[in-house]
Design a protein. Structure first.
Length: 211
């Protein structure tokens, strides 16, 4: 009997009641309508901070990592040869990585030229996008303040800043894997079938594999 009473008291605990209330309430979207001015300003501030940290002197340092040099040269050869299907390094087919990252870098080369900035642009851009996504995801769970703090901590992490300044796949892969995980959680927690959107999750996961 005492054990039963303990279980009952545990079930009545506020934390337990929140869990019992269902996953749907945890994932409930914020009230409809325009985002408050302070919330919007917080997001803009986050994106400005992330953009400054990730793009600051992006092209001022030479390619210092072996993988940076390999990806950059392979993408340059892709533009030179016009072969957008099979990456080459020193004009020898290179099958070490999937094709998506090369395409993203090639587009950057077209926009900014074949240089350090063009090689690293997609990594910095994916870093800013990851900050935005982190803020939005945590905000949907715990509110704007938690979203802001979480995204700010991530944006100011030294490894994030370093990866955003590197012409390697790590930042882009992190973005798509995180997007797939967030999408899976949203689908799992949604209480209405039309809000699960498993197709989006599958697409995000496929993009991660393509990096």
């Amino acid at each position: 009997m005492e054990r039963g009473d303990s279980i009952q008291r545990g079930a009545n605990h506020p934390v337990a009641q929140e869990a019992i209330a269902g996953r749907g309430r945890l994932m409930a979207a914020p009230a409809t309508g325009s985002r408050s001015l302070s919330d919007r300003n917080a997001l803009i501030g986050l994106l400005l901070i992330a953009s400054f940290l990730f793009f600051f002197k992006l092209g001022s340092v030479y390619l210092f990592d072996v993988d940076e040099a390999v990806f950059s040269e392979a993408t340059r050869e892709m533009l030179e040869t016009g072969d957008w299907i099979t990456p080459q390094y020193n004009y020898v087919n290179r099958y070490d990585k999937p094709i998506l990252f090369y395409w993203m870098m090639a587009i950057s080369y077209r926009l900014f030229g074949v240089n350090e900035f063009g090689a690293r642009f997609s990594s910095a851009l994916m870093g800013v996008a990851l900050i935005w996504m982190t803020y939005s995801f945590v905000r949907s769970l715990r509110g704007p303040r938690a979203g802001f703090v979480s995204a700010l901590i991530l944006a100011t992490s030294l490894e994030m800043i370093g990866l955003a300044h590197s012409a390697i796949t790590d930042m882009t892969l992190t973005f798509f894997v995180s997007l797939a995980l967030f999408g899976f959680f949203q689908g799992y927690a949604a209480t209405e079938p039309e809000k699960k959107r498993w197709g989006y999750w599958g697409c995000f996961l496929g993009m991660a594999f393509a990096v």
